[in-house]
Design a protein around this ligand. Sequence first.
Ligand SMILES: [Zn+2]
Length: 233
Amino acid sequence: MQTADVKVKAVVTRAVPYNESDMIVTLVGVDRGVLTATAKGCLKPRAKLRYAAEPMNFGDYVLSGRNGRYVITECSQIESFSKITTDIEKYYAASLVLETLQKGSREANPDLFILALKTLDTLAYGEEEADDTVRDFLLGFLDISGNGLDFAHCNVCKCDIDSNAYFKDADGIVCEHCRGLDGILIDNVTRAYLAKQSNTTHPLKIKSNILLADFVYMTTGVRISTHYFTEQL
Ligand SMILES: [Zn+2]
């Protein structure tokens, strides 16, 4: 059986143990989308490619195999983002980024790949609170997928919104006057936070980001269900 090497710049989004010392690694490649590959023997002591199977690892991978069955043969690490693992809130935020990257990359999605890398970089080296980074990432993902939401203006009458707003499938974010008979309520504290107009508490930021993730699901079909939400409420 012929095999061919695949070279890909990729991020590890998931890794699960397999057999005694192998890992099954899910990779998202900048120009390939989601790939699955085995990291053979990487759980053995002093395994050379251990880091290649760590979630968040970003590197130049060489995979060997065919028809979607690959083995990782080489990896030249570009960035581990391992600093993120020292802060639990940033770690949860990073898990949300990885899940979104994987689910949003069934086809190659270079814009999302770049947004995810920038976000991991901010989580590792930036001063921003993790919740704010998650908000900005989800807003960026909506923009990339052509579903950008503006929480500062009504999408129908274009007024500046300074009170409760509403989300409607057909219209996006609208004001009280334009809501009609339906629409999902966005209270003003949540709205102002999502519009980047004001700060709020950690629990309210989480609640705001859960609502934002609901809008992501309704507009893009990507359902996000990470520890960022489940562990922090
Ligand atoms: Zn309006």
